[in-house]
Design a protein around this ligand. Structure first.
Ligand SMILES: NC(=O)c1ccc[n+]([C@@H]2O[C@H](COP(=O)([O-])OP(=O)(O)OC[C@H]3O[C@@H](n4cnc5c(N)ncnc54)[C@H](OP(=O)(O)O)[C@@H]3O)[C@@H](O)[C@H]2O)c1
Length: 336
């Protein structure tokens, strides 16, 4: 009887103990991660895609934090690049850098090398990127290629060119990916391909660079379309014009319009500030213990997005059947 009582008491305390141990481990991990390698300290960082959005804000924040900043811009004479020059210190230099062009990457490397501070090139932030939406059947091979050219091969090209400098500084490489690297939802085929490829590259690089003391981090923002310039101005007519006659029969015009409106309105529901992403980028660059992945979604969504990649495919796919858009799609295309 006593043994039974003991067992009941023991079992009832197990969940509480487990929760306490979990919270304790989390606190220890947070404390261990919080050490900063010392902001700036005259080190240099190259950031790509600084004309607008996350890259633009990060370049300003790094400059204020005492880094020497090489801000890669697609249009150095454009408003975004010029405002960096106007508002920045003498330690911020804007570079012409289209990551799809080998000669511009090589020229940028030459300029960086010639202007490096004594501490060398601490980090490269592969931030430049584009986005688009379309069902796979509405996309051409060229659409997939263009997306991969910027988001995937642009980052690979930049990383390979600058890696010897970062390796010498035992520094950091940061990749801006997306939740769509692992969340395979409707309309995001080309973007998902580019970001999943990017994460595969970053994961392999992390393993190879560990022995050189170089740390690699992946930033996975959720919906920040309202906080940057990423959202394309694309109409249903643009999509419709690209469809061949067969597909115009399968995907009727009204559905294309609805899908386009739905996608755009969903994008507008996300974060209105880039702050969480820039904070994560700064952590990846300055913490003594940067994370391998920074998932940036709302607190409520975090549980879902942490669990989603662990689900068996059959459950992961069925998640989408709860979306109102999938129901509408079934009704409009198949009368179901
Ligand atoms: N915003 C979001 O919701 C979100 C979510 C997940 C991931 N991301 C990722 O975050 C990164 C930054 O995007 P963002 O949201 O800050 O959008 P953004 O404001 O459009 O910034 C992207 C930057 O990349 C530049 N760029 C485009 N093509 C380029 C090229 N070939 N070479 C060099 N630079 C190029 C853009 O220049 P222009 O302005 O001249 O086009 C722009 O400055 C991207 O990798 C994106 O995929 C964004």
């Amino acid at each position: 009887m006593n043994l039974l009582l003991f067992l009941v008491q023991f079992i009832s305390t197990v969940p509480i103990t487990a929760v306490l141990v979990f919270v304790l481990l989390k606190l220890v991990a947070r404390f261990r991660r919080s050490g900063e390698a010392g902001l700036g300290l005259g080190r240099a960082v190259l950031v790509t895609g600084c004309d607008s959005g996350f890259g633009h804000r990060l370049a300003g924040a790094l400059d204020r934090g005492g880094f020497v900043v090489f801000a890669g811009c697609l249009s150095p004479d454009g408003d975004g690049a010029q405002s960096l020059v106007r508002d920045g210190s003498g330690n911020l230099k804007v570079l012409q850098l289209d990551v799809t062009k080998e000669e511009e990457v090589q020229q940028a490397r030459k300029t960086v090398q010639e202007n490096l501070p004594e501490e060398g090139l601490w980090a490269v932030v592969n931030n430049a990127g584009i986005s688009d939406w379309a069902e796979i059947e509405w996309s051409s091979l060229e659409d997939f290629r263009h997306m991969a050219d910027v988001n995937l091969f642009g980052s690979i090209r930049t990383t390979i060119a600058f890696l010897p400098l970062v390796r010498a500084a035992k520094g950091r490489v940061v990749f801006v990916s997306s939740i769509f690297a692992f969340f395979h939802c409707l309309n995001m085929g080309a973007y998902s391909v580019s970001k999943r490829g990017l994460e595969a590259f970053a994961d392999c690089l992390r393993v190879e660079m560990a022995s050189f003391g170089v740390k690699v981090s992946i930033i996975q923002p959720g919906n920040f379309a309202g906080a940057t310039n990423i959202l394309k101005t694309k109409t249903a007519s643009d999509i419709w014009a690209k469809l061949d006659d067969d597909r115009k029969v399968v995907f009727n015009r009204r559905y294309v319009e609805l899908a386009n409106d739905y996608f755009k309105s969903t994008c507008k529901t996300g974060f209105k500030t880039a702050e969480p992403v820039v904070t994560a980028m700064l952590h990846a660059l300055t913490s003594t213990r940067p994370k391998s992945r920074y998932l940036l979604v709302s607190a409520l969504d975090k549980v879902f997005f942490k669990l989603y990649p662990l689900l068996p495919t059959v459950f992961a796919d069925s998640v989408f059947s709860f979306s109102s858009m999938y129901k509408t799609r079934k009704q409009m295309l198949f009368n179901q």
